[in-house]
Design a protein around this ligand. Structure first.
Ligand code: OOG
Ligand code: MG
Length: 243
């Protein structure tokens, strides 16, 4: 087994066994290009279990997230069909380590362009102890991707660069922001994803989902709660959290 495969096997075991791993540390000699190879190998474990790639996500596209995680570079990860939770569906905490929800905007990609937009929730769940990682470590961990919820797809309205974003838990506002926090304008997400993933030889094929990145900091999920994201003009996406 190569070092890349070994790190991937550890991260996959952490996710499936729900036991967080310690940071790999400098000894692992993990640089960002190698970390993307680990990510590919981590996701290959999922594909071997029958999951299908359905799109990509960007991460750390907002200052709020960069500050929260202590990492200041835009990163990307892979989404599979098994990560999707239907709108209004239930997420079981027992399937996760320490999940957090964040409000996002999702794009549907057709013919290399954005065909539709939806409000979204991303559930991130770092496989590292205490959600602590370096840039290469979070890249290797598929950028903490765990689940996502998409609201209704709709044509892109004009002016989505400064829409109000609200994250509510049990009807209480816990994060408020604007789509302007996402790369200054969420429409930058597609060219950015094409550029970044292109370096790794990955394309956004027709029908791909692209999560543009969180507009605010993420919030830890608690059992028995209802989480709802509202994006002005786009509507809502929600999920229930069960133990
Ligand atoms: C990394 C993933 C960041 C976003 O939208 O900024 C991300 C993390 O915070 O664990 O998905
Ligand atoms: Mg995210």
């Amino acid at each position: 087994m190569t070092a890349v495969d070994q790190l991937a096997a550890r991260l996959d075991a952490a996710a499936t066994g729900r036991v967080a791993v310690g940071q790999f540390g400098a000894d692992a000699g993990l640089d960002v290009p190698t970390a993307y190879r680990v990510q590919e190998a981590v996701v290959a474990h999922r594909l071997a279990r029958g999951e299908r790639l359905v799109g990509l996500k960007l991460g750390l596209t907002s200052r709020a997230k960069m500050a929260q995680m202590g990492v200041d570079e835009v990163i990307w990860g892979r989404l599979t069909d098994a990560m999707r939770v239907p709108d209004g569906g239930t997420l079981r905490l027992a399937d996760h380590l320490h999940p957090k929800a964040e409000p996002e905007v999702a794009f549907l990609v057709e013919g290399g362009a954005v065909a539709a937009v939806a409000p979204a929730i991303e559930v991130i769940d770092s496989r590292y102890v205490d959600f602590r990682f370096t840039l290469p470590e979070v890249v290797a961990d598929n950028t903490s991707a765990s689940r996502f919820v998409l609201g209704a797809w709709q044509p892109v309205p004009t002016g989505i660069d400064n829409l109000g974003v609200l994250l509510e838990v049990d009807g209480r506002a816990v994060q408020i922001g604007s789509t302007a926090a996402i790369l200054g304008d969420p429409r930058r997400a597609l060219p950015e994803a094409v550029r970044l993933a292109g370096v790794g030889g990955v394309e956004l094929v027709d029908g791909s989902v692209l999560l543009a990145g969180a507009a605010t900091a993420a919030v830890a999920l608690r059992p028995g709660t209802h989480v709802r994201v509202t994006v002005e003009k786009l509507g809502t996406a929600s999920l229930r959290v069960a133990s």
